[in-house]
Design a protein. Sequence first.
Length: 101
Amino acid sequence: MMEILSVLDISEVSPNWVQAINPVVMKEMRSFRVYKNSLSELTLFIYNCCLHFDKMSAIAKEILDDPCKYFQNLFPSLFMATFRSLKASDRIDRPCYKPFF
């Protein structure tokens, strides 16, 4: 999946997604990993926020509140960019993607 996202233009979603994230959330997440400004890294960041949500401070949890809504509001074109890149790939025949295509 990450190689599919790596071919997309980051400016389609955000010219600098790292700067768009709330600094409190970014600081906490950087304790797990340093992130680069690419779509694959943004996708990984979102995944890790959900994975580590229970370990975050109360302030970070309050900022994210509902991580899905937070990221959808921040990056509204991310879902469609991911969908288009997946649809253009040779992976749509895989069982895990069949319900979406």
